[in-house]
Design a binder for this molecule. Structure first.
Ligand SMILES: Nc1ncnc2c1ncn2[C@@H]1O[C@H](COP(=O)(O)OP(=O)(O)O)[C@@H](O)[C@H]1O
Ligand SMILES: [Mg+2]
Length: 358
């Protein structure tokens, strides 16, 4: 554990979206993309947010950048609650401290502008250094991200660079405003495998040198293992497991983390996992009634109970006792009994096939 105070902290963060049901759009449905998420980023530490596609990772990134407003919870930068800041100036001031590196290095640079321009712009906009020092600072930043000789690289156009070099330009641009926090959303997933490691090493180097709080977002556990000090596992908008990287990855407690790990083909060679395989024996649901419905669907087919489901998992990070209303308990118990499951897991707590007590 680091002794430093967190630089960015989120508490009970939530975001729901209104989604139409199609047709005449008379019925509206809401989708909870992020549900009661809390974590803290510390200086000099990489925190990985891992989860499969659709689990809510990018929504969290957008909430942290104030591209979306949260529907629940708060975001704190140092002592300031920034979740409800308004006004362009305030948002700009906030974003000079919390910067983003996007997945797509190809789309994030302006093709008609030279590399130097991309880094100069934030330096001038945020008045990071006096005008006469801008050029020198551009060169320092390019040097810091391993783009040398900086004078030559600054004069190039984006199309003259490789994907990895473009991503390094994006990183230099993010660093230009001297942020405290950098959020990198799948920063290497669009790069060739051969150059991913170089970019990950750069992230590690910058974290150390600049004491940055890093949120590294990925669906790829192998790269998370490589860069992260701490891991947050996200499933369906909720953090289902968290802890120091080695603890989480070597001894995963939550069945979802175990499932994600089993989907990593070869941590030694490839940094990208395949899509998560469908595994019938575990049913995930965010509440007991939903688990019940899911189980009914799965078992309404001809298959006899217990043939392919060994456990159901209720996903929540909150505490068992406070979150187990009687109704949920009965419902879950009915599932376990009816299907003769081996077990159910509630908030990481293992429940055998016996009466479930609140
Ligand atoms: N602007 C939006 N409007 C409606 N639904 C959204 C919006 N943004 C994201 N979602 C939904 O929220 C869920 C999480 O998406 P996202 O955060 O992009 O996941 P990830 O980055 O982990 O793949 C998905 O079901 C997605 O369809
Ligand atoms: Mg995403």
């Amino acid at each position: 554990m680091s002794l430093e105070a967190p630089v960015l902290e989120v508490r009970g963060l939530g975001r729901t979206f209104d989604v139409g049901t199609g047709g005449l759009g008379l019925r509206r449905r809401s989708l909870t993309a992020v549900d009661d998420v809390s974590f803290a980023l510390e200086p000099g530490k990489v925190t990985a947010l891992v989860g499969q596609s659709g689990s809510g990772k990018s929504t969290i990134a957008r909430l942290l950048l104030r591209l979306y407003a949260p529907t629940a919870g708060s975001i704190h930068l140092g002592d300031e609650d920034v979740s409800r800041i308004r006004g362009r100036r305030n948002v700009r001031r906030y974003r000079s401290q919390v910067q983003m590196i996007f997945q797509d290095p190809f789309g994030s640079l302006n093709p008609v502008k030279r590399v130097g321009h991309h880094i100069e712009r934030p330096l001038r906009r945020h008045k990071v250094v006096p005008s006469r020092q801008v050029e020198q600072r551009v060169h320092e930043l390019l040097h810091a991200v391993g783009l040398t000789p900086p004078e030559v690289v600054a004069a190039k156009y984006p199309h003259e660079l490789s994907g990895g070099q473009k991503q390094r330009v994006s990183i230099a641009r993010a660093l230009a405003v001297e942020p405290k926090v950098v959020i990198a959303d799948e920063p290497v997933s669009m790069l060739d495998v051969s150059i991913r490691l170089g970019v990950l090493n750069l992230i590690l180097e910058l974290k150390e040198q600049r004491n940055l709080g890093f949120l590294y977002i990925t669906h790829d556990l192998a790269s998370a293992r490589y860069v992260a000090d701490e891991i947050l596992v996200l499933y369906a908008g909720q953090i289902v497991e968290r802890g120091p990287t080695d603890n989480v990855l070597l001894e995963p407690l939550h069945p979802y983390t175990q499932l994600l790990l089993s989907a990593v083909p070869n941590p030694g060679t490839g940094l990208l996992t395949d899509e998560l395989p469908e595994r019938k024996e575990t049913v995930f649901a965010s509440s007991a009634p939903r688990a019940h419905a899911a189980l009914e669907r799965v078992t309404s087919a001809a298959a006899p109970p217990n043939s392919d489901i060994v456990s159901i998992v209720r996903l929540s990070t909150s505490h068992l006792s406070s979150l187990l209303p009687e109704r949920e308990c009965e419902c879950l118990h009915a599932c376990i009994q009816k299907l003769n499951l081996e077990s159910a897991v509630f908030d990481g707590t293992f429940l055998p096939n016996q009466l479930v007590e609140p």
